[in-house]
Design a protein around this ligand. Sequence first.
Ligand code: NAP
Length: 285
Amino acid sequence: MTHLVDGRTIAVTMATAAAAAADVLRSRGITPTLAVLVPTDDAGAAWYVRSIQRSAARTGVACQVHRMGGPLRSEQIAGRLAELSLDPAVHGVICQTPLPAGVDLPSVGGVIPVGKDVDGANPASLGGLAAGFPAVFAPATAAAVLAILRHERIPLSGRRAVVVGRSTVVGKPAALLLLAEHATVTIAHSRTQDLRAVCREAEVLVVAAGQPKLIGAEHIRPAAVVIDVGTSPTDGGKLVGDVDAAAVTGIASVLTPVPGGVGPVTTAVLMQHVLQAAARAATSS
Ligand code: NAP
């Protein structure tokens, strides 16, 4: 039997705990605040920003949304991120993707100080993660993968984990987080030879490729735990993951659905990060 993870319920549980932490901060006169810079009018980004706002409202985090219009250069986006980062009332800063053509996240995210980099956009945060620094934030999606595995009480130490995808926002940080939990980690990507055989080694399989139905029954080791991070829009306006859920049901022991798996947990993790950043800032001031 395959247990389908309920990401929405996990997110509600996390939001309840986060709201209590936010109350404590507010009682000390601190309003935990997230600033979201939105540099395009992309419809998917607008949808995601609304879900961040809903999650912030549930948690008691103040969420500022700063939109920038027109053709934008890297320096303009980086300049605005730097301004937002300098505001002492702002505890976390994120730059919503996609970015305008010719702009890449590591170069603009590099201006967000690591302490306020709640979605791990600064390459220094990824470096800190690789070095095992406890005070850096992983990108929220990668951290959500670990939050789900923790919630489902999946043992990781000594187990074989495979991550499909090596982006700096999901694949690499997810692999680093699994490694920090003492899993034996393989990262697969578009040049990997015999993806099926590599995936079949996985007791824990994390897929973040953005390729619908990339993973089928033949990729799954019996009883594997499968975390599907992929989200691709369909012609009908829905979202599908990278895993053929119908095909792997009955083989995997645990599966995250799309939608309703990693996505809701991602925004809940983001709020946790803002609260941690606010609490740390209060301690250090
Ligand atoms: P990305 O930057 O496009 O990276 C995709 C990765 O998948 C690359 O490393 C690529 O390999 C690899 N890949 C592509 N096709 C492959 C194939 N046929 N076989 C093996 N590997 C393949 O995407 P991303 O930003 O990491 O996002 C990945 C997915 O997660 C997307 O669907 C995205 O929408 C979703 N996502 C979901 C959330 C959430 O909250 N649920 C958040 C962020 C992203 P190469 O490096 O060799 O090109």
